[in-house]
Design a protein around this ligand. Structure first.
Ligand code: PGA
Length: 253
């Protein structure tokens, strides 16, 4: 059975003091209110990972995520953070291929394949992001385009490694815009991607892969989105910055 996951993405937000308040509020609420079969992940700026990890570690269904890692294990890459470093501080997950990384930092499918490899080699579970722009959606062929992102960055993996990956479908036109994909649009893409995974790894692996929806998911629309048969949770940006709203999303299954 695939896992239900609600993963926050704080992006480049919060001071240390604000991060501590948000983390402790979320940890308390998750412990008291969220079903134990829902995994709640906090994707925080890397300088807060160690601190947030201490709060989250005692809670069985919580984890921390880095928002990126470099594709090399070490070396002269000023300002970058490596997968072995993340492993050494006990990080559980890493987001790879977020559209903001693809857009502002020119990350290519080939580089993302390398990032996935190094994450897996260092015991990190990748949450791999994919999604189309508004122009691509309007032009058609967007289902195939998003599937090709998976082919190019993931389909070299062995079945054993692929089983450690979760997918986050995030239509770029819905990220941070307040425009959410309708539940029909989300279900259409998620079912298509699951079929694409099945064509490579077989139906059983595809059925076991968590496919999260991201893009202006909030406490009002989460229930309808998570009720779709192929939507297994969410990658949550703006709404993960508020403890009450984020917890309510994690309660929306
Ligand atoms: P959003 O961001 O929820 O603010 O749209 C989602 C994401 O970028 O992961």
């Amino acid at each position: 059975m695939r896992k239900k996951i609600v993963a926050g993405n704080w992006k480049m937000n919060k001071t240390m003091e604000e991060a501590l308040i948000l983390t402790s509020e979320v940890v308390h609420m998750v412990k008291d209110e969220v079903a134990s079969d829902v995994i709640v992940v906090l994707g925080v700026p890397s300088i807060y990972l160690t601190t947030v990890q201490k709060y989250v570690e005692p809670v069985a269904n919580m984890g921390v995520a880095a928002q990126n890692c470099h594709q090399k294990a070490s070396g002269a890459y000023t300002g970058e953070i490596s997968a072995p470093m993340l492993q050494s501080i006990g990080v559980d997950y890493v987001y790879i291929g977020h559209s903001e990384r693809r857009q502002y930092f020119s990350e290519t499918n080939e580089e993302l394949a390398e990032k996935v490899n190094i994450a897996l080699a260092n015991g990190l579970a990748p949450i791999f992001c994919c999604g189309e722009s508004l122009e691509q959606r309007q032009a058609g062929g967007f289902l195939e385009f998003v599937a090709s992102q998976l082919t190019d960055s993931l389909f070299h993996l062995s079945e054993e490694d692929f089983r450690k990956v979760a997918i986050a479908y995030e239509p770029i036109w819905a990220i941070g815009t307040g425009l959410t994909a309708s539940s029909e649009q989300a279900q259409e893409m998620h079912a298509y991607l699951r079929g694409h995974l099945a064509s490579k790894y077989g139906q059983s692996v595809a059925n076991d892969t968590s496919i999260l929806y991201g893009g202006s998911c909030n406490e009002k629309n989460a229930q309808e989105l998570f009720a779709c048969p192929d939507v297994d949770g969410g990658l949550i940006g703006g709404a993960s910055l508020k403890s009450r709203e984020f917890t309510n999303i994690a309660k929306s299954f």
